[in-house]
Structure formats: structure tokens, C-alpha cells
Design a protein around this ligand. Structure first.
Ligand code: PEP
Length: 252
């Protein structure tokens, strides 16, 4: 059985002090038993990684970053490498978030390079895929997501794939309050599993975790997470509210 995972994507929010406050509140609210059922990952901005790690390192909460560059090091002003986030305590990294694709021109090709770099440093990539509203309304949403999955997995071996997590995040649902229905979300998760089964095997398709992201909150999370192919959530806005985020974790 796939263990549920809830990741909080804090995006470009919270300075160090605010990050520490939120982390402490989350730690206070979570009972140790919860981690037997659900993994929890916090993805603060780069500037807060060290301080958040210091607070969570003796707990079962794990740390993730929101991006890396695909090169090891060098003249890439403003970028952060896999080795850097590894050295600050990260075990996970969000890759190909739609905001990065939309505002920073990330492509399936760069996402693929980043996945390979993350794996080289034993980081678990949370690879985001999802269609825009126009793509859904024109009926090409499954093809769009299929292409994103196939392209991002170029030259990834079956053994490597076991260490990758996907997040289906319909762009029209991110930060909009319009969540995909549990049926819509599960159907795309099923599609992603089929794509992986065709590329690799049924075993791998059934092992891989696929999270849902897009306006998840404490009111809709239980219904979404009860779907057979939804293995947890990538939570943006609600992960900044300690009560909502812990309720989402409990609902998984
Ligand atoms: C996200 O940032 O990945 C996300 C899903 O945001 P929100 O939950 O705010 O829609």
C-alpha cells in the first residue's frame, strides 16, 4: 500500500522569523502517531531552509526545496544547486511547478534535467504536471499531461523512477479556490498511472506516489484523499495556515 504524503509549498512567502513560527505551530499540533500513516514535507523558501531544518530535524517532518538548477555549480547567478539544498537538510525538491513553467519558462526538457540532477544527489523530486483551463476545455488535457509525464521521464531508468513522486496540479485549480472534483482528479491520476505502466510496468505504476494539488483545503481534502489513485497532496495557500495544514494532514 502506498503511504500518504502531504507536502506544503510555501512559495515566495514568509521570512525566517515567520517560517520558524509556522514550523513551531505545526510541530506542536502534530502527534507522533500521525507519521505512521502519513509523511509530511515542508517546502519553505530557500532562505528559511536552514532554520526550518534546525526545528524539525528531531521530528519526523521532512524538508523540501521548491526548485534547483540542473547544473552542479558555476556561473549561474541567482540559482541554487542540488548539492546546496542537500547540505541544508533537504530530502525532497519540487520540480516543474506550473508557476515556474509559466513565469520562468521551464520546459519539460529542463524539468527532465533537474530530475536527473536531483536523483544524482538522492533527493526525491516531486514533479508537477497539469493542464491549463483552455487545454481542459478543448479536451486535450489528458494528452497535455501525458506529454509532460513522458518528456520529464526521458532516459529515467525503472530504478530511478521508484524515487520520483508526481503531483497532478491542474493550473486552473492552483490558488484559485476551484478544486478539481475528486472524480476529475482521480481520473487524471489513473491516466498518469496508465502512462507509467505503458512506459515501465504495472508494478512501478502501482508503486509510484501521485499527489493532487490545486486549492486543497481542510474541507475538501478528505474526499480527494479517499480516491484510490490519490496518494496525498501538494498544498500551497492552506499550508501557510497551521490549523488548516494540520487538519489536511489528519484527513489523509
Ligand atoms: C501549489 O502551490 O502547488 C498549490 C497547489 O497551491 P494552492 O494549494 O494554493 O492552490
Amino acid at each position: 500500500m502506498r503511504k500518504k504524503l502531504i507536502a506544503g509549498n510555501w512559495k515566495m512567502n514568509l521570512n525566517i522569523e515567520q517560517s520558524e513560527k509556522l514550523t513551531s505551530l505545526i510541530l506542536e499540533k502534530l502527534n507522533e502517531d500521525i507519521f505512521n500513516k502519513t509523511d509530511v514535507v515542508l517546502c519553505p523558501p530557500f532562505t528559511s531552509l536552514f532554520n526550518v531544518h534546525t526545528l524539525i530535524k528531531n521530528s519526523k517532518i521532512k524538508l523540501g526545496a521548491q526548485n534547483i538548477h540542473y547544473k552542479d555549480e558555476g556561473a549561474y547567478t541567482g540559482e541554487i544547486s542540488a548539492s546546496m539544498i542537500k547540505s541544508v537538510g533537504c530530502e525532497f525538491v519540487i520540480l516543474g511547478h506550473s508557476e515556474r513553467r509559466q513565469y520562468f519558462y521551464e520546459t519539460d526538457e529542463t524539468v527532465n534535467l533537474k530530475i536527473k540532477k536531483a536523483l544524482e544527489f538522492s533527493l526525491i523530486p516531486i514533479v508537477c504536471v497539469g493542464e491549463t483551463i483552455t487545454e481542459r476545455e478543448s479536451g486535450i488535457h489528458e494528452t497535455v499531461v501525458e506529454n509532460q509525464v513522458v518528456n520529464s521521464l526521458k532516459d529515467i531508468s525503472p530504478d530511478q523512477l521508484k524515487n520520483i513522486i508526481f503531483a497532478y496540479e491542474p493550473v486552473w485549480a492552483i490558488g484559485t479556490g476551484h478544486t478539481a472534483t475528486p472524480i476529475q482528479a482521480n481520473s487524471m491520476h489513473r491516466k498518469i498511472r496508465t502512462v507509467i505502466e505503458n512506459l515501465y510496468s504495472n508494478d512501478i505504476a502501482n508503486t509510484i506516489k501521485i499527489l493532487y494539488g490545486g486549492s486543497v483545503n481542510e474541507k475538501n481534502s478528505a474526499d480527494l484523499f479517499s480516491q484510490p489513485d490519490i496518494d496525498g497532496g501538494l498544498v500551497g495557500g492552506a499550508s501557510l495556515k497551521p490549523d488548516s495544514f494540520t487538519e489536511i494532514i489528519l484527513s489523509a
